[in-house]
Design a protein around this ligand. Sequence first.
Ligand SMILES: [Zn+2]
Length: 510
Amino acid sequence: MSVLMRDEAQTRAQLIDVHRYTVTLDLTTGDETFESRAAIHFTALAAGDTFVELKPALLRSVTLDGQPLDPAALDGNRLALPGLAPGEHELLVDATMRYSRTGEGMHRFTDPSDGETYVYSQMFLEDAQRVFAVFDQPDLKAVFELGVTAPEGWTVLGNSVATDEGDGRWSLAPTPPISTYLVAVAAGPWHSVRTEHAGLPFGIHCRRSLAPHLDIDADEILAVTRACYDRYHEKFEEPYPFDSYDQAFVPEFNAGAMENPGLVTFRDEFVFRSAVTDTERQTRAMVIAHEMAHMWFGDLVTLTWWDDIWLNESFAEYMGYQTLTEATRHTDTWVAFGIDRKSWGYDADQRPSTHPVAPDPGSVPDTAAAMLNFDGISYAKGASALRQLVAWLGEKDFLAGINTHFTRHKFGNATLADFIDSLAASTDRDVHRWAEQWLRTTGVDTLTPTVANARTTAAANGSGGSGGTGGGTGLGNGSETGWTLHVTQHGDRPHRIAVGAYDRDLVDPG
Ligand SMILES: [Zn+2]
C-alpha cells in the first residue's frame, strides 16, 4: 500500500476538482465485510493521468464515464485513471470492504455484556479509502451524500441529519463541502439522549449497556455543549456550518475524540461508570470544547496539507481551554493546562526529537511523517504560543483576524501563511516576524534572574552568563540601598516579563 506524498497530492489538486460523492453502504452482509458503492463526480481541469484510492476486500467493478475499467488494475490501494480528458467525469466503484478491529476505517465491535453490535468510522488521516473509493487528501473537498442499509433496530448517525426510510434504509442529508478524512458514520442500537439547541438537533449517544451511566451525566454533558456552542457564536462571525450536532461515545476508540463535522466521536471511557474526580469531569468538558472548536478551525477551514496539523490542534486546544473558562463552571482550566499540558510541551521540546511548532512543509513529505507530529509540541507548545500571541495582540484583534480567516477560506483550505496573513490584516504588530521567531524554531529559552542590592550590583552584572542578552531592572523597594534585578537570557527570542517583589519576612502582616 502506498502512502500519499505531498507532491502527489499537490499534482492531483491541480488536475482535478471534486464535486460530489454519492456513497451507499450496506452493513447487513455479515460480520467480516460490508458493501460499498461510490459515485464520484469531478472535473479534470486539464488532460492528464491521476488515481483514486481504495482498500477493498474485493473490487467488483469500476466504471469511468460509462466505460468499464479492469478491477485487476488495482495496484495496492491505487486505481489508475489514465488519460482523463478535460471536463466533467463520473466514476462508479462497487466493492466489498473489510470491517476493522483496529479503529481504522469502519470499526466493528460486539459488546460482550449484551451481544449487541456497533460500527463506527474513523477516516483520519487517510482511512476513508478503507470505506469507499476516494481521492483521499484534505484539499479535495466535496459534498457527501450517504445512504446506509443497517440491520433492523439500529440507528444510523452521520455528518448530517439522518432519515429512517424504512426497511433498514437510512439517508443522510448532503453535507456542505468537507474533507474526506472528516466523513463519518456510526450505526448500531445506540442509546440516545436527544434535544434541540439554537434550532438544531443535538444528540448524545452510547452503546446500550452504558445507558444508565450516560443518563446520569446527560444534563452535565449537554450543558457544557450548549454553553460552548453559544460562546463560540459570540466569538465567531461564521455560524456553525452543519445541520446537527451529535456526540457519540464509541467503544474501543484509539484517540480521545475526533472532530467529524456534525458527529464528534469520543472514547466511551468518557461515560463514567463510577465516582470520578472533578478534574476528570473538567477533562471531559475540555474535550467537548476542543472538538467543537474544530467545527470552525479544521472542518469549516481545513489545512491544505498535514504539515499544518499543529495549527488545527493548537487552535482547538487554546480555544477549548479559553472557552471552558469563560462559559462553564470550570474556571480554572488554565491552571490544569499549566501543570499538565504545558509541562508535556516543555518536556518534548528538550528532547533530540523536538521540531518547530510549525514544521517546514518539506519535513512532512507524506502522510506517514504527519503522524509523527501528534505530540507535546503540536498540542501543548503550539497552544502556549497561540495564548502568548493572544496576549500580545489583544483578544479583540486576534478574534478579528480569526474571523477574517474564516470568511476568506470557509468551506475551503488554508495554510499557516494564510492564517498569519489574516491576522496581519487585523493588527499593526509584525505577526510574520512573531511566527518566524516562535513557530519556526525549536527548544526553550532560559531566563535566569539575579537579585542584588545596590552595593553588589556591579559584581552581579559582571557575572552575567554567556550568550545571552542581559537586562537590568531596578526594583527600588524604598529601602536606602535599593535592589537590582538582572536577567540573563539564553536564547534569541524576544520576551516581555512582569516582575513582582515580595518581602521574605512578614514584618507587618497588615
Ligand atoms: Zn483536536
